[in-house]
Design a protein around this ligand. Structure first.
Ligand SMILES: Nc1ncnc2c1ncn2[C@@H]1O[C@H](COP(=O)(O)OP(=O)(O)O)[C@@H](O)[C@H]1O
Ligand SMILES: [Mg+2]
Length: 263
């Protein structure tokens, strides 16, 4: 099935970003993409991390992939040839493998190659309403390339001091990408993950020096929920594991909030 969106500019490119590993970028990439798809938004999940967590969380076996994002970046295949369908009718995936590490090592030798992902993804823009890009934790070539390909960042956040330090370095990174590659890059929102209540988040924000960020914190938050972890280990979005679980409900709420923020 192919639904062609009339205006290519309508495709929203969103990188799930953040400087700290283990914050839930990959589970958010998979579950936000899946929730958008369940809400019948044609969505492409792009795995831009050589660890390929979102590829695995989406149920693919990286050892049997004929091609992946690295094949696209190496110029071996067209972007559309590396796209695979998923169990969800409205969700496709452009998967990753460890070869992405080699692609990044080579491409990073020439300044300006950070724009290459944006150029390749442009070819797919007319086919999707959302592209959700998973990015690595470290600030290297692939993180810059993912941000440079995006219009928006969604930043998973936990109530820990390490996240506050991570956020100020993320802001510096955003300024770098804006001034060199993509002046339109904006932070769509901070998504609190592994939290127990709204009050916990409010207390955390009040006690932090993250002044003014309240306005960009999503109202929905993702609770700590074993269903999320188990579903990921089982290669499924949590909604396909247990649609009634708190995690599945939370990600559907996040997807609705993301959609309404663009209306
Ligand atoms: N809300 C949550 N509830 C339970 N487990 C979670 C939650 N968010 C993340 N996890 C688990 O934490 C680990 C790290 O998440 P991951 O998305 O891989 O982080 P990152 O991509 O930021 O490094 C994974 O094992 C994942 O299943
Ligand atoms: Mg990850």
């Amino acid at each position: 099935m192919m639904i062609v969106v009339e205006h290519g500019s309508m495709c929203k490119l969103i990188t799930i970003a953040g400087q700290k590993g283990g914050n839930g970028r990959s589970v958010t990439a998979v579950n936000l993409a899946a929730s958008l798809a369940l809400l019948e938004k044609r969505t492409l999940l792009v795995d831009c991390d050589p660890r390929a967590c979102s590829t695995v969380f989406a149920g693919l076996d990286t050892s049997t992939l004929a091609c992946d994002l690295s094949s696209v970046l190496f110029g071996k295949v067209a972007p559309s040839d590396a796209v695979l369908t998923t169990r969800l009718r409205f969700m496709d995936i452009l998967p990753a493998s460890f070869n992405l590490f080699h692609a990044a090592s080579r491409l990073s030798l020439n300044a300006g190659n950070e724009r290459i992902l944006r150029i390749f993804l442009r070819e797919l823009r007319t086919e999707y309403e959302y592209m959700i890009i998973d990015s690595p934790a470290s600030y290297g070539f692939l993180t810059v390339a993912a941000m440079a390909a995006s219009d928006w960042l969604v930043v998973p956040f936990q109530c820990t001091p390490g996240n506050i330090r991570g956020f100020s370095s993320l802001l510096r990174m955003v300024r770098h990408v804006r001034s060199h590659f993509q002046e339109g890059l904006k932070i769509a929102g901070l998504l609190f993950n592994q939290c127990s209540s709204r009050e916990e988040i409010d207390r955390f924000l009040a006690g932090s020096d993250l002044n003014g960020v309240e306005d960009i914190v999503y109202k929905s938050f993702v609770p700590r929920d074993d269903a999320i972890r188990i579903a990921a280990e089982d290669g499924k979005p949590v909604a396909l594991h247990d649609v009634e679980s708190p995690g599945a409900r939370a990600y559907l709420d996040v997807a609705k909030e993301v959609i309404s923020s663009f209306n």
